[in-house]
Design a protein around this ligand. Sequence first.
Ligand code: HEM
Length: 381
Amino acid sequence: MAGADIWSLLEPSALIDPHPIYREWYGRSPVLWDSDIEAWLVTGYEEALTALRDAERFCQDWRRVGVDTPPSLLSLQTLDPPEHTRVRHLVLEGFKAADLSALEQEVRTSLDGLLAEVQGAGGFDFVTKIAEPLTLHAVTRLLGVPSVDPDWFIPRSHTIVDGMDSSLRPECYEPGVKARAELSELVGEWLDAPLPEGFTAHVVRRANEVGVERDVLHNSLRVVLQAGFQTASRFLSTGLHALLRLPPELRRPVDNDLAVNELVRFAGPVHVESRACVEDTVLGGQQIRVGQIVSMFLGAANRDPRTFDAPDVPRWDRTPNRHLGFGRGPHACLGAQVAVMIARAVLGTLGHRCPTASLVAEPRPRPNVTEHGLFELHVAL
Ligand code: HEM
């Protein structure tokens, strides 16, 4: 059987719309072996859901299959239950210590200020003028830490995302490691700083009591900063782009949680989550061997016709909507509520205030298969 041609996902047209490729793989098998990267490509919804939920058979902590993990990587993202559960509960306490309604107000005020700066210009870049600065501001406010210089942070943050695709682009691995270390230094400063009561102050104070090691806490705070900034800012851009490409009769202001979730299903930024198989097992009729990598293509699973009616069309009131855009199981997204709030505030406001917004030029996609994003998105309001 011919290989899956995983490299075709790096073509600019596939970075904008990978679904023709996903459909072809799915047609061959919802769980397909790729001999180039030696991994199973899971495009079926039920199969992806099974693997995401089952940390016994499909691990996130690759030490369980003999892969060395440096201490700088041990965080809530790379541990499995039961160790993971303690860290996750602590981070969840952090989210609860943040004032989300005050944060929503801040996001709306921040949007007003940024819109005022671009108003009147014939067109502007939504990514660098709105999505990125607004999300960075929101995530640092959520964490209750000092503002971060966007010119320092944003390029490093993108370099880390590039590093996540190093199985396809090996040259991105080392720069990703270096950028992650630099972000770690920044986060390290927060651990000893006198911070106001809120997310970070709370988790730093509580970590000892609940038995979370300082290194793991440190790395987990870095994960919240990085995951929160990247996914939420990329979603604003991929989401707005998807909206502006729709025929007028399908467009509407994405101003409530149902609509935002449908946009996450339809155009969410996180396309791949991988696990390692812990014991010989069967998934989607395929024999998976211990140690093999299983890559869940969430974007594909979210359009599985066995699960979603008319999967290639957004239905703004789709109910139920059990999409996997925020993951599922023990590692499901902890920031989903924050992400939905930011998207509702930004895309809802734009939809109401600027109903005739349009694309000025076709955007240039970032070369990321795992987390889709755009270098720029020129729009006219
Ligand atoms: C639209 C925006 C977002 C999307 C699409 C998204 C998607 C995801 C997905 C798919 C996962 C699961 C990863 C896995 O299974 O390994 C995840 C985990 C996570 N997300 Fe999000 N996310 C978003 C926004 C946010 C925000 C705003 C934050 C924080 C402020 C955040 C924090 C996290 C954290 C901490 C985890 C790791 C949870 C764990 O491993 O236990 N996310 N996210």
